[in-house]
Structure formats: C-alpha cells, structure tokens
Write a protein that binds this ligand. Structure first.
Ligand SMILES: [Zn+2]
Length: 286
C-alpha cells in the first residue's frame, strides 16, 4: 500500500504533468470505484487542472472548482500514459478502474489488482466533504508539526505505539510499512504503550518519524510513477524482511502475524533481544 512518501511522489509527478492541462474526460470503468454521484464525474470534462495536493494518503486533483480525491488503498495504483489508447475502455476487463484523459491525448489510469476492491475516488466541492479526509490528523512532515505538537497529540493516548502511529485520525499518512521503519529507527517495541513513553522516548520517536519519512520522500523524489513501488521496497530496513539480517545489528528480523497483515521488527534493536509473542503462531502450536 502506498503511504505518505509514495503518495507525495505521485502528487509531485501529477502536479508536473497535470497542472494547467485540460481534462477531456474522466471515465469510471469499475462501478465500485466512484463513491460520489453529485457532482457527476462528467462535471470535470473541459475543466483545467489548477493544482495537485495531498492529504495524508489521499491525492487531491483540483480542477474547475472541484476536487477529485483518490485513495489508492492496499492494491490501487496510478499509471501515467503519454498516449492513451483510442476508443473507450471495456468494463470488467483487467484491473483498470478509472481513466482520466487530457485533451492532449495523454492522461492516467487508476488500476486495482486483486479481488478486494477498496480503491476509492470522490468528486466533491471541498476535500473536507470526504469523511476520510475530514478526520485526518496533522501531517507529520508539516513545517509547524514540532516535537511538542507531537507530544500534545500523544497525551492521553492509551494504545500501543504501532497502532497509534497508523491511526490516520491521530496522524496522517503512516501505514504498516513506515510504522515498522519508524519504530526500528526509534529502537522501540511496536507493543509499547504510548502512555509509558518517557520525554526522551517521545523525542526519539518524533525524530525517527520525521527522519524516516523525509528520507523516503527524498528517495521517491523524481522517481517515475511506475518505479515507486520497487523504490519503496528497496528502502525498507525491517518491514517485509522477516528472516533477513537487521542492517543495524545483524540480528534476524522477526515478525508478528495477523489475519491479513504482519509487522516486522528487530529483537536486539527494539525489544531487548526478546521475541514478541506471535498470537497466530502460539495458537497454532497449542
Ligand atoms: Zn537490529
């Protein structure tokens, strides 16, 4: 799933390619992808794109006083095309979910792999009309989001730190991969309760969060849309690397599995050398 750094790179790419261009047509190909019906998608026809913004993991294409909000979710992706195929796309064939064609003949496709369809597109007058955008917490890379703002956000928080970091309404844009990376950089257990963080640990977590996300954004800078996923994977130090050696200490990276996801961590760097209980594994062993 694309998280803040990849969505930011897509935003930058789209802003360069779309700003000032005229939309010829926006066509929903998979019916389930479009979550709004008023205004209709045809309201974008003939409008000029003024800017491309990002809210957490949402892309926001502004055109003609409207906002096309895109949430790629787990399996969605964006493919830029210098030359779009002529003729209308056929529904029900392949992963194509929505196509935006510019009057110059170029444009982009939104695609979604797999059978679970969670890619979501909204066309609204105000980004805050989308509930997932309205409830977003602050952006962790915002200029005014300093260490004290982070500490204020965490005050009263009773969850484990991994869950808190992934909560979009607490802080926007961090998902399963970058929360693993941030906690590894902060040398902190994903299960540590937020209310047990010392002042120094809060500072370390804040700094790890900013440094991890900043360096991922830097790496993704000017990487073509088609190569972003590989770029993300190559930059991860623990996430998705179960069984490999920790690049910091050489210990074996371990995981905790859930029904449809897993987290990775280094015991030496993060949990005093002790493996965390893997509930799924312990259930299987009973
Ligand atoms: Zn380590």
């Amino acid at each position: 799933m694309p998280e803040l750094p990849e969505v930011e790179a897509l935003r930058e790419f789209l802003d360069e390619h779309l700003a000032g261009k005229e939309i010829a047509r926006a066509l929903p190909v998979a019916i389930s992808v479009l979550k709004t019906y008023d205004p209709p998608l045809s309201a974008l026809d003939g409008t000029t794109v003024t800017a491309v913004d990002r809210h957490g993991k949402f892309l926001d294409i502004a055109a003609g006083g409207l906002h096309l909000l895109i949430h790629l979710a787990r399996a969605g992706w964006l493919q830029w095309r210098d030359v779009l195929p002529s003729g209308p796309p056929r529904p029900g064939k392949g992963p194509l979910a929505l196509r935006v064609a510019l009057t110059g003949g170029d444009g982009f496709d939104l695609t979604e792999a797999g059978t679970t369809k969670r890619l979501a597109v909204h066309l609204v007058h105000d980004p805050a009309d989308v509930p997932g955008v309205a409830r977003l917490g602050p952006d962790p890379l915002a200029g005014d989001f300093d260490r004290d703002a982070f500490a204020t956000l965490l005050a009263g928080e009773r969850r484990q730190v991994k869950g808190a970091l992934r909560d979009q309404s607490l802080i926007a844009g961090i998902g399963n991969a970058y929360s693993d990376e941030i906690l590894h950089a902060a040398r902190m257990s994903p299960f540590k309760p937020v209310q047990n963080l010392t002042e120094d640990e809060t500072t370390a977590l804040y700094e790890a969060m900013r440094a991890t996300l900043r360096s991922a954004v830097e790496r993704s800078h000017h990487v073509a849309a088609g190569r972003l996923k590989a770029e993300k994977k190559s930059g991860l130090r623990v996430h998705g690397r179960t069984g490999e050696a920790c690049p910091v200490c050489g210990d074996t990276i371990r995981e905790v599995s859930y029904r449809d996801s897993s987290l990775q961590y280094c015991p030496t760097c993060q949990t005093g050398g002790k493996p965390l209980a893997d509930r799924r594994l312990s259930r299987l062993l009973k």
